[in-house]
Ligand binder design. Sequence first.
Ligand code: AMP
Length: 473
Amino acid sequence: MSRSSRVSIITMVDSPPPLAPFCYRNRCENGAFGTLQGKPTAQVGGTQLASRAVAKPTFRTPKGTRDILPGEADRQRALVNAFGEAARRAGYGHVMTPMFEDLGVFKRLGESTDVVTKEMYDFVAKDGNHYALRPELTASVVRAFVQHRPLIPWKVWYEGPQFRYERPQAGRYRQFSQVGVEALGTDDPGIDAEVIALAWNFYQTLGLSEVTLHLNSLGDRTDRPAYIEALTNHFQENFDSLSEQSQFTLQVNPLRVLDSKREPDQSVIDAAPVMVDFLNGETAEHFAGVRRVLDQLEIPYEISPRLVRGLDYYLRTTFEFVSTALPGAQNAIGGGGRYDALAADLGGPDTPGIGFALGVDRILLACDEEGVFEAAPSLVDVFIIDVTGGDQAALLGAQLQTAGIATDRAYDSRSMRAQFKVADKSGAPLAVVVGEDELAAGTIQLRTLQGEEREQISVTRTTLIEEVKKRLT
Ligand code: AMP
């Protein structure tokens, strides 16, 4: 009998219901992000635990942290992969540093930086050393640069969780993820524009359109003192109008007062002198060079003369990306700038550097708001139905996976009917079916699970992979 004569077409009378759409804003009972409902993975077709078993968990995620469940976690991974690919194409190598460092590494971020003074998860370990969970990655990357002295320019990208003891709210967590790049060893304005363009184009790739790039130059160590003096005088003259917090910040770092979002400070900040009026010839020329390349690349930006950002180390080019789709308080989806003094501060040679970090969690919130980047569902290719006990499912699963085919199966020796139900819900386009007859004959049934017309074909074990692949392309 020819192979084709063994093919039968089954017309579906009762086709399975389409999968529920992804719902990324689904919050689970415990505040986790995920898609228990509508998630086209095996769990979707799985069995729900009795609600009594999960109603009152003994332990929950610590405040300000969340579980990111399958579906949303796959989407986050897809975002990181897309970023890594974009960075690789621009000549950046992947770097991975420890999640904790000597506390001193982060103290270099500046004594007036909230991240250092209030938000650090620091601890004395059993070895007596004082460490901190990383609140950001620039300091760690620059520490790695100083430690390993790679060839310059050193262009690297990174991804991973950061830890800040902040007051949690929507879009602000105590553990959150960032992707970013750092480029050390050159202050060519072309690299400033390159890193900015990398971030800008990445947002475009995701489909985000409601993003504004704010750009500023904070001057360098020669022109900044005159500006700081003018700024200090301005704030001193308006001291009584400032909030209590800003009155304090003024004593430590007048620049950081510009970063205040507190209402009473706004009119004083609006009237403050701006750094761009104080730039010396060299920094002004550098800033003009950055803008020229951005113009050439047709990347739109707004000059924001009061943009200082939260970390103290920035000099010259500074930038921030804001999503106008997100509510005001937590609408920054990324930012960065030049930190030409940081390598020397960390004990290395004088080395200019520039980089950015983008907030993964907030980017995905912005994607939700704009209805973009709904990552492809991670469906399996084949669902294995084994009614001979389960050993065949294990064997065939291993063979198919080795051949690069994603598989799933049912467990607990369930009935053929029950297994088909799970297979239908899994979203897999194909089912591989083994019953006692097939086991005895050394054959396997291959069935299509999607579409109006269902095909069923009997294949031999040796041709299984070839037949599956043929139907998956
Ligand atoms: P920064 O390292 O402070 O320059 O932050 C870079 C980006 O990380 C910000 O623009 C946010 O998108 C994101 N980010 C910073 N802090 C948090 C946080 N606590 N929770 C979520 N995202 C954050």
